[in-house]
Design a protein around this ligand. Structure first.
Ligand code: SF4
Ligand code: MG
Length: 315
């Protein structure tokens, strides 16, 4: 059987007046049905661009320069207007971007269900009530407006909306970043359990290794448009190999088991901008393990990692 999602040699370019900037550089990754795959990295790593590419949402001056994205064995473009919603659901950082402030959550959910699933108004309404129940929202709140909910409850509504058309894949882009820390874990647990129950796969985009650790089965670490390391989440968290992955983990409080008042080590420097990418390994100016060849030779991605400490080299 074809994998649920298969991305092969994806290159996404943003054309500026001066030059073409590669936001995604030769990304290949596939995922199985039911899997929760994380994309992690700092801002500018290419996580959201990858999500947008899957959804056909790269707007000019950006474009997919080459590569293939297949869902259930078919190019995503083949799905046309069914791609968003019916095949792939989206959850964004700010729930208010997904909700209409002027309509009750019950109406919004019912309409999405009716529009996508070809049900009678009564059937759609019943399904909407059940969908709210599934995400822990009392049916009494059916006629409430988005502003009458807390941030965490609103994100629950958005999860119900994303699942309403019964997609096989959910892309959740920083779904808990705007929420209080105390609420984050509940919303992530809910996302995980509801998607498992519906047999929907999830791509979880986050800058937070704690979120990755808590929620995902497998994790892909991105840096400046490239995949640096991929593996099962437990392996990567327990035994990170790539220096960038190690840096991300060391700077995450719960994962590094440091006491609260000690200062967490931060990765020195910052992610390079796309128009000023360093030669060789893109991480080399920030890497404590940098060798002379790292400055000139791009490490190939091999055996689930792109780093000269582990792999051969290409020019
Ligand atoms: Fe560090 Fe070199 Fe590995 Fe890049 S290739 S992460 S600079 S050791
Ligand atoms: Mg982003």
């Amino acid at each position: 059987m074809a994998p649920l999602l298969e991305i092969t040699d994806l290159n996404v370019v943003f054309q500026t007046r001066r030059k073409a900037l590669k936001a995604i550089d030769n990304l290949s990754v596939s995922m199985e049905a039911g899997e929760i795959l994380g994309f992690v990295g700092e801002s500018g790593a290419g996580k959201s661009v990858t999500g947008a590419a899957i959804m056909g949402l790269i707007d000019p001056p950006g474009y997919i320069a080459s590569g293939e994205i297949k869902l259930k064995g078919r190019p995503v473009a083949d799905y046309g207007s069914n791609l968003r919603g019916k095949e792939v659901g989206m959850i964004f950082q700010d729930p208010l971007t997904s909700l209409n402030p002027l309509r009750t959550i019950g109406d919004q959910l019912t309409e999405t269900i009716q529009h996508n699933l070809d049900l009678s108004p009564t059937e759609a309404r019943n399904k909407a009530v059940a969908g709210l129940g599934e995400v822990g929202i009392d049916p009494d709140r059916f006629h409430s407006y988005p502003h009458e909910f807390s941030g965490g409850m609103r994100q629950r509504v958005v999860i119900a909306l994303a699942l309403a058309a019964e997609p096989d894949l959910i892309i959740a882009d920083e779904p808990t970043t705007a929420l209080d820390v105390s609420i984050q874990a509940q919303v992530l647990d809910l996302l995980r359990s509801v998607c498992q129950k519906r047999r929907a796969s999830v791509i979880l985009i986050t800058h937070d290794m704690g979120v990755i650790s808590q929620t995902t089965d497998r994790v892909a670490v991105l840096y400046a448009g490239r995949m640096m390391e991929i593996g099962s989440t437990s392996d990567v968290i327990k035994q990170p190999r790539h220096p960038y992955t190690k840096g991300l983990i060391a700077s995450t409080p719960v994962l590094d088991h440091v006491s609260v008042d000690s200062t967490l080590p931060q990765i020195p420097g910052a992610m390079p901008s796309l128009d000023a990418l360093p030669d060789g390994c893109r991480f080399h100016p920030r890497c404590g393990d940098c060798k002379p060849r790292c400055r000139t030779i791009i490490p190939v991605f091999e055996d689930q990692i792109a780093c000269h400490l582990f792999t051969g080299a290409s020019a």
